[in-house]
Design a protein around this ligand. Structure first.
Ligand code: PMT
Length: 390
């Protein structure tokens, strides 16, 4: 993907260097345009070195008949302005073309135009900026709202530059095809924790990566997504429609069952504890006896409950984490729990890893083997569900 990164002179400009680096890691081909004032804050050499790319600042720099603004505007698939100052936004909203960035933007005709406004809160909230932001959206620009918090000027308010990971995700969502548009998907992820006393719990090694990948990719492919997550150390995917945090299997059961009716596709990827202590000690259990025997009771089976209650065209997808006879055991679960699809994986290849090796099994027992990063596996799974059921 070809990206033009337009950089104007917000104080957050140093973060745009890292954005460029992250764009490069995504494998995108990037060229940079800096305004004259931006080039006073950070040398174009820094951007050029980090992005291993060309950096343009001057409209009148002619190279053997190559007219920069028309050529770059044709070359780019995506035009991102980060940071976008109030001044640059005002120009873009009103068709000014008085520097290379605004001139190229005016010549850029594709729909993937994105600005990341960052500025002092009072400038951001000034009615003229508010109007310009409205206008720029009417002109087809996507605006990634700034965050609230401490600003470089020492004030606190809205205007902060968002995380670069969030900007990258925003771009990906905008440019992705949307085969899941109109679909509502609920995903569970992560482990559950079953408390023994105020200090200890029973849990498992699920990191949440597989479930989070499904939620993130489903959003990218256009679905409305609710993520119900057990405790994880991961950053929650940006731009999801609802995120519900739970701890125990019981909590997950109630949160999922309460919402399930409102979703077309339910994907139960969480590693829900099968057993929980029959009671939780109010105080910390003392280390007195040589042996401690815990009584465990079965937790409610969320997937089985969904399989029992599913109505109409609702699709219920389960996962099966196995250590042996992976496909056979998964098929047994598919049948027993009355679900549409089961994704079988070997614990040793799946838990905590960034990659996975799965078998996607449907009711007619057709088995499709997929291996790759968890994002790749998630995409393949979602596209197959969409192709076969939607
Ligand atoms: O989180 P990661 O580190 O990325 O690892 C991913 C994963 C290995 C956790 C994931 O790919 C996976 O296999 N998830 C399912 C884990 C599991 O609980 O498998 P199971 O075979 O024990 O359960 C079968 C299905 O029943 C699962 O969909 C599970 O969500 C569901 N279940 C289980 C128990 C219970 N009380 N209620 C349930 O709904």
């Amino acid at each position: 993907m070809n990206v033009v990164l337009g950089v104007s002179s917000g104080i957050a400009i140093y973060k745009a260097v890292d954005l460029l680096s992250k764009m490069r890691k995504e494998g995108w081909d990037v060229q940079v345009i800096m305004t004259e004032n931006a080039a006073k804050l950070v040398s174009p050499v820094v951007f050029s070195a980090v992005g291993n790319c060309r950096v343009f600042t001057d409209t009148y720099e002619i190279e053997s008949g190559w007219i920069i603004h028309t050529e770059l505007s044709k070359w780019a698939d995506v035009f991102v302005v980060a940071p976008a100052t109030a001044n640059t936004i005002a120009k873009l909203a009103n068709g000014f073309a008085d520097n290379l960035l605004t001139t190229t933007a005016l010549a850029f005709q594709k729909s993937s135009k994105i600005i990341v406004p960052t500025m002092n809160t009072r400038m951001y909230e000034n009615p003229v900026t508010v109007d310009n932001l409205k206008r720029i959206q009417q002109l087809g620009w996507y605006v990634l709202e700034p965050e609230s918090g401490h600003l470089a000027c020492g004030e606190v308010g809205k205007g902060r530059y968002p995380d670069n990971e969030k900007i990258i995700e925003f771009i990906k969502i905008i440019v992705s095809e949307k085969p899941l548009a109109g679909r509502r998907i609920l995903v569970t992820a992560g482990p559950t924790q079953e408390e023994i006393d105020p200090v200890r719990f029973i849990s498992n090694h699920s990191s949440g990566k597989m479930g989070y990948a499904i939620a993130r990719v489903a959003k990218m492919l256009g679905a409305q997504v609710c993520l119900v997550s057990g405790p994880t150390c991961l950053t929650v995917p940006y731009f999801l429609d609802e995120v519900v945090f739970v701890r125990s299997a019981n909590e997950m059961y109630h949160e999922v069952l309460e919402r399930a009716g409102g979703y077309d596709i339910l994907i139960m990827c969480a590693a829900v504890a099968d057993y929980a202590p029959s009671s939780r000690s109010a105080g910390k259990i003392k280390k007195i006896e040589d042996k401690l025997i815990l009584e465990l009771v079965k937790t409610p089976d969320i997937l089985a409950a969904l399989g029992q209650r599913k109505k109409g065209n609702q699709i219920v997808v389960g996962f099966a984490a196995e250590t042996e006879h992976v496909v056979e055991n998964a098929i047994e679960k598919l049948v027993k729990k009355n679900i549409d699809v089961i994704v079988a994986n070997d614990v040793s290849e799946a838990m905590g890893k960034d990659t996975n090796h799965v078998y996607i099994i449907s009711r007619n027992k057709a088995v499709v083997e997929v291996e790759g990063t968890k994002d790749e596996v998630a995409k393949e799974l979602l596209l197959r569900i969409c192709e076969n059921f939607c």
